[in-house]
Design a protein around this ligand. Structure first.
Ligand code: SF4
Length: 384
């Protein structure tokens, strides 16, 4: 790995890097991924910039919106990195889709760019973002696509696609490997969960310094530990689904599948991690999942907020089985809400409301339940 890097960086190379440059390049984007990144808390951008993660290099960020310098002073490190002359390792972070600059050039324009080169007449010509990505990718330790536009094409690449937008992976091709030998790393989401971005960067930094193994990525280059599971598996409403109770309108507390949630087939950790500092997250705040982390987004999830066809089968099965399970659970819960003393006295001394005594059928069922519960071990208080 170090030999690979040494090939690309001038000057002495050690196994431990004190600094790593991060170049942020925006294509067809709304800047939402930048906002998500600066909102990250674990680790935060400040943690990365100050080098407070033990063992990880300090990050020198070159971001067109956050930078304090401008003009050629800002562009110079990009030029050096593109030529492999930066003298330090760097990662390229791409936000936004890669739009077809050839199309824009036909009318003398450009879609997105950074800095300018002189043309043959000495006039400045904008350097397209896609050109920076291509030029810098050869020498980068890693190219990380941030957000669904950069990872898969996203909204700009939706049906009809007037800018012929595509992903960073589409731009660089399947044979692309970074100086570390990595294909494009993809962190999808519209916008991605900020901590997913900074945590992946931190994992790559620790790997660069030989303090952690190469993070695991799936076949689409997503960090496996973040995108292996479905939204549904981490959803706080999954219990309602299992018990067959569903929201009928926005604002209801139950599972949102019948008002258009695609969570059961979408890979994302937003419910577990929250949107910002463990707060929020789509389903946590009542929004059905519309699949924004998936390559098929948005077209494959249209029309939004309508029941998906697969739901007809799965939610109706849950409704049948869930009704039985829910009633059995409610019965057990009623007994678990009583102390042994109240059971003995046959009454709950609550001033808050009347607690109904279980009828004979329920008592018999609970007696059978307890027989099974304590079949292998003594019931607390029994003489056995
Ligand atoms: Fe699954 Fe969506 Fe229902 Fe949550 S709201 S349990 S993700 S279907």
């Amino acid at each position: 790995m170090t030999q690979n890097l040494a090939k690309h960086f001038q000057g002495p190379i050690s196994n431990v890097f004190d600094v790593v440059h991060a170049f942020w390049i925006a294509g067809g984007s709304c800047d939402g991924c930048s906002i998500a990144t600066v909102g990250a808390t674990n680790p935060s951008v400040e943690n990365l910039l100050n080098g407070t993660i033990p063992g990880a290099a300090k990050v020198i960020l070159h971001h067109p919106v956050l930078a304090v310098n401008a003009g050629e002073e800002f562009i110079k490190p990009f030029r050096l990195a593109a030529k492999g002359e930066l003298g330090a390792p760097f990662v390229v972070l791409c936000e936004g889709s890669i739009m077809d600059e050839g199309m824009a050039a036909e009318t003398g324009g450009y879609w997105s760019g950074l800095g300018a080169d002189e043309d043959e007449n000495g006039d400045p010509q904008p350097i397209p973002s896609s050109s920076w990505v291509t030029r810098m990718s050869e020498h980068a330790a890693a190219v990380i696509a941030v957000g669904t536009c950069a990872t898969w094409g996203g909204i700009p690449a939706a049906a009809n696609n007037p800018t012929n937008s595509a992903s960073v992976m589409d731009l660089l091709g399947e044979d692309y490997r970074s100086a570390l030998g990595l294909p494009v790393v993809n962190i999808p989401g519209c916008a991605p969960q900020g901590d997913n971005i900074t945590e992946t960067i931190a994992a790559v930094l620790l790997f660069l310094n030989g303090l952690a193994p190469l993070p695991e990525f799936d076949e689409l280059g997503r960090p496996s530990w973040l995108f292996d599971e479905t939204v549904h598996r981490g959803c706080t409403r999954a219990g309602f689904y299992e018990e067959g109770t569903f929201a009928e309108e926005h604002g209801d507390k139950e599972c949102l599948v019948e008002i258009g949630c695609w969570g059961p087939v979408v890979q994302c950790n937003i419910n577990k991690r929250g949107a910002l500092n463990h707060a929020g997250g789509c389903m946590n705040v009542g929004a059905p999942c519309i699949g924004c982390t998936m390559p098929g987004f948005p077209d494959s999830f249209a029309p939004f907020y309508k029941t998906a066809p697969g739901t007809m089968v799965s939610s109706n099965i849950s409704r049948v089985t869930g009704t039985v399970i829910r009633n059995l659970r409610e019965m057990t819960m009623a007994f678990q809400n009583r102390t042994p003393k109240w059971n003995k006295e046959g009454k709950v001394p609550s001033g808050w409301g009347h607690v109904k005594e279980p009828n004979l059928v329920k008592k018999v069922m609970h007696y059978t339940y307890e027989k099974m519960q304590f079949s292998d071990s003594p019931k607390p208080g029994s003489k056995k």
